[in-house]
Design a protein around this ligand. Structure first.
Ligand code: NAD
Ligand code: TYD
Length: 356
């Protein structure tokens, strides 16, 4: 089969990246997919178990901040498309240790942009029409009050080291279009959930703690609002933007599923009670809810207006929150070994088994 696209996916061993790699190999057998990942604590090769032998898939363990390796890879693999997920992604970690966020999210994105510029804008480039898609977040827009939604023209107002580093990388990506004419597109997406999410984020953390009888930590009053999107919907939107988006455009992606954190947590608990019955204690799992000290600078509400991507590219989410939570809980129940290997750290040995 002819290869029609040679795509570099950065951060493909993380939560969204691994769902994206799986989707590409299923839906686009004529694309070559190179997954480049540093394998930080959030990178898990087990997320891609079973696809290593796919002849159109390749894995490179590297840091996006390593300019020489990035430039060599663009040339050796004749990369014509980048979907850039690699990032430090957890707000709480950005509060206790911001340095890695500055390094990977800003310096790393800059390094990749430079590799793309040097390769694609060189007159010797003979590959396909190139495209650099930068995956970003709605958190760059800051926090909403009770009303209103983020649109593509909402001014940036990031509040955490994480969102500030992502906003900074979004600006760099736009600057490469305006200054050098690099063909870039940006996506700003709301909170994702689904299979393979690291259990430091709300939904998998609540699943794990309610299965093991641990307290369910709710920050502040629990009335913070997020707009939840099932990860496969996000991945499908990215393919649409990559293949049909307009250069220089940012596209907001959201689930139209605004929920307070308390609703999300009780929803997971009640779903587990219904599927498994009450735990040995005889108490409903929602009784494990424990109010804890709030996150500093906690953004009150995020909500995405995703009408632009619907009008321009015909994308809209397919999975309702209720259906998505059902699928997600079923996946975590069926993959408790995966959860256990992440919790006990043994997933990190998988690399040695597969690639050493
Ligand atoms: P994740 O933390 O699960 O995965 C990040 C991946 O990047 C890991 O595999 C990690 O090993 C890799 N990585 C980190 N630093 C690297 C480096 N220097 N070089 C190479 N690889 C490196 O993240 P996620 O939740 O899958 O998010 C992916 C992207 O989507 C991020 O850019 C994030 O900002 C964005 N995003 C996430 C959400 C969400 O709800 N999770 C929502 C909107 C946007
Ligand atoms: P999180 O999954 O960390 O995503 P983000 O901060 O990027 O939105 O958190 C989602 C929401 O849940 C956020 O309002 C913080 C809150 N939260 C808790 O109340 N308890 C927790 O243990 C965690 C991890 C998050």
């Amino acid at each position: 089969m002819d290869i029609n696209r040679r795509i570099l996916v950065t951060g493909g061993c993380g939560f969204i990246g691994s769902n994206f790699v799986r989707l590409l190999l299923e839906d686009h057998p004529d694309w070559r997919v190179i997954n480049l990942d540093k394998l930080t604590y959030a990178g898990n090769l087990k997320n891609l178990e079973g696809i290593e032998e796919d002849e159109h898939y390749g894995f490179v363990k590297a840091d996006i901040c390593d300019a020489k390796t990035m430039e060599e890879l663009f040339v050796s693999e004749q990369i014509d498309s980048v979907v850039h997920f690699a990032a430090e992604s957890h707000v709480d970690r950005s509060i206790t240790g911001p340095a890695a966020f500055i390094q990977t999210n800003i310096v790393g994105t800059f390094t990749l942009l430079e590799a793309a510029r040097k390769t694609w804008l060189d007159e010797s480039w003979k590959g396909n029409e190139p495209r650099f898609l930068h995956v970003s977040t709605d958190e760059v827009y800051g926090s909403l009050g009770d009303t209103g939604m983020f649109t593509e023209s909402t001014p940036f107002d990031p509040r955490s080291p994480y969102s500030a580093s992502k906003a900074s990388s979004d600006h760099l990506v736009s600057a490469y279009l305006h200054t050098y004419g690099l063909p870039v597109v940006i996506t700003n997406c709301s909170n994702n959930y689904g299979p393979y999410q690291f259990p430091e984020k709300l939904i998998p953390l609540i699943f794990h703690n309610s299965m093991t009888g641990k307290p369910l930590p709710i920050y502040g009053d629990g009335k913070y609002v997020r707009d939840w999107l099932y990860v496969k919907d996000h991945c499908e939107a990215i393919v649409e933007v990559l293949t049909k988006g307009q250069n220089g455009q940012a596209y907001n992606i959201g689930g139209n599923n605004e929920k307070q954190n308390l609703e999300v947590v009780t929803g997971i608990c009640d779903t587990l009670d219904r599927k498994l019955g009450l735990p040995k204690s005889g108490e409903a799992r929602r009784n494990l809810i424990t109010y804890v000290k709030d996150r500093p600078g906690h953004d009150r509400r995020y909500a995405i207006d995703a009408s632009f991507i619907k009008e321009q590219l015909g994308w809209e989410p397919k999975v309702s929150f209720e259906a998505g939570i059902e699928k997600t809980v079923d996946w975590y129940l069926a993959n408790q070994e995966w959860v256990a290997s992440v919790i006990d750290g043994s997933y990190q040995k998988y690399y040695e088994k597969m690639y050493s």
